[in-house]
Design a protein around this ligand. Structure first.
Ligand code: SF4
Ligand code: SF4
Length: 487
């Protein structure tokens, strides 16, 4: 496969402009355009990406950003159909029918940045600003626990005065400290602005799961125009954040772009180059990739941005990411409709949010409030409705958070993933956490459907010992208040 002729590109560099080299992306896009109907090459790339089954194990090689960009550019209908099928096969091989659930928790919408696509930008004078007190955090978390959530993604704007790192750390302590009825939050992922190594160390010490930071766009010029004011304007500081996070000891990082800001093929190549960079420097790629699309919100009209992508293209991007980085979790939020989420789950997504409120303090309110929302929620179903829908569609909802709590993070996690051993944990953990949900939170219909599913799925655990232990634990969950079993 051709590689870069450009001089500045170096995946192992610590300088943003070298590991996300603009020239390399342009060269990649040219190469992809030239080869988008090169059937021989496309077949070779698909063959390379196909799962290989040996000795009861499955292994996938993944693709480089150049190879994956050829697939994304391809406009041959039968090859595109083959790609979607391959993405489904890879998804099934590594994730089975499991879908992990989480919820975002908005702590504060104070923000000093000027991001032109986000209603929390500092110039928006009419949005109501709110920051949760610790008592309000408690109420939110109790409401989330009462829904059945175990895994949160914390969200906060960047504001050193209102939301300093100590505030975020205090919230994390509060959240981990709440055990309401049989509920607890077992993994707190954090999505806050790029910060210093020292602050990342503090987040690590507070026991966060994944540190998530979206690049928004990898196109430097667009990035600077879209972030005209505030500390986020600094492209380099933002793009190199994951290296500082890893230096600070955070093993699991989550990346993503906001599709719709710049040209999607450019973003796609940049995203994969970022993953290659993390692998080259830290020996482990991103733990997750998120695929948000620009949405309508207060003060934001997506029609003003002319790089929007249709559903078909969006699903193809998801499929191509799944093929290129088979071991990386993929996340989709309630920005997307039920219909799009349903299709996205088949071709690559492994984690979804459910029952989300994107306003500050939204979960403790009876009615959905809009005055502090970050974006319009397309999928407004309750968590219970989402679960029932997943199960009826052949998926197995999971509230598992075991890996990070068992110390399976970073390269340890990836090597277990790559050797296929992780599968022995995911499936029984999914069943046990689903059994908890069914016992403590489910509606009658969801409980009945879920219990039947758990019975059937138990028989598919290949290892006899794991099967027996999982079955015993599930019996105990149904009959008592004992919780939090895990492999
Ligand atoms: S995207 Fe983040 S940094 Fe930008 S305005 Fe919104 S909350 Fe602030
Ligand atoms: S066992 Fe680990 S990889 Fe599998 S679902 Fe649980 S946390 Fe995720």
């Amino acid at each position: 496969m051709a590689t870069s002729a450009s001089t500045s590109y170096n995946p192992a560099s610590l300088s943003a402009e070298e590991f996300i080299s603009h020239e390399e992306i342009l060269e990649t896009l040219r190469y992809a355009e030239e080869n988008k109907r090169n059937e021989e090459l496309i077949d070779r790339i698909l063959e390379k990406a196909r799962p290989k089954y040996e000795g009861g194990k499955v292994r996938c090689e993944g693709l480089t950003h150049r190879e994956a960009s050829v697939l994304l550019a391809c406009d041959l209908p039968e090859k595109n159909a083959e790609m979607m099928k391959l993405a489904e096969e890879i998804k099934l091989a590594f994730y089975g029918n499991r879908i992990v659930l989480f919820a975002p928790l908005y702590l504060s919408n104070y923000c000093v940045n000027g991001c032109t696509y986000c209603p929390y930008h500092a110039e928006n004078k009419h949005i109501k600003r709110k920051k949760l007190t610790q008592e309000e955090v408690r109420q939110e978390v109790i409401a989330l626990q009462d829904m059945g959530h175990k895994r949160l993604a914390l969200e906060a704007g960047e504001d050193p005065l209102h939301n300093p790192i100590d505030y975020i750390l205090e919230c994390i302590r509060t959240i981990y400290g709440i055990h309401h009825k049989n509920g607890d939050i077992r993994r707190v992922n954090v999505n806050i602005a790029a910060t210093t190594v020292e602050n990342y160390r503090k987040l690590r010490d507070a026991g966060i799961g994944t540190y998530i930071l979206f690049q928004e766009t990898y196109h430097k010029e667009s990035y600077e125009a879209l972030h005209p004011t505030g500390p986020k304007h600094d492209y380099r500081y933002h793009t190199e954040a994951m290296d500082r996070a890893m230096e600070g000891g955070i093993d699991d990082v989550g990346i993503g772009v906001l599709f719709g800001l710049d040209k999607y093929r450019y973003e796609f190549a940049g995203l994969l180059m970022h993953a290659e960079h993390l692998e080259a420097v830290h020996g482990v790629g991103p733990h997750t990739i998120s695929v948000p699309r620009l949405k309508k919100a207060d003060d934001i009209d997506p029609a003003k941005f002319n790089n929007g992508i249709d559903d078909e293209t969006f699903l193809k991007i998801i499929a191509c990411i799944r093929i290129a980085v088979p071991y990386t979790g993929m996340i989709i939020s309630t920005r997307e409709s039920e219909a799009v989420r349903g299709k996205a789950l088949r071709v690559g997504i492994s984690q979804i949010s459910g029952g989300s409120r994107t306003s500050v303090g939204g979960y403790a309110e009876e009615e959905r409030v809009h005055d502090t929302e970050q974006f319009d929620v397309s999928d407004q179903r309750t968590l219970d409705e989402v679960l029932l829908w997943l199960m009826r569609d052949g998926f197995l909802p999971s509230f598992c958070t075991a890996c990070y709590r068992e110390g399976r993070t970073g390269d340890r996690f990836m090597s277990l993933c790559k050797s296929g051993q992780i599968q022995n944990c995911c499936h029984p953990n999914a069943l046990m956490t689903l059994a908890e949900y069914l016992t403590d939170y489910a509606s009658e219909e969801t409980r009945e459907t879920g219990k039947a599913l758990v019975e059937t799925e138990l028989t598919t655990i290949p290892n006899e010992r794991s099967r027996t232990i999982a079955a015993e634990n599930i019996k105990e969950i149904y009959a008592s208040n004992r919780r939090d079993f895990r492999f």
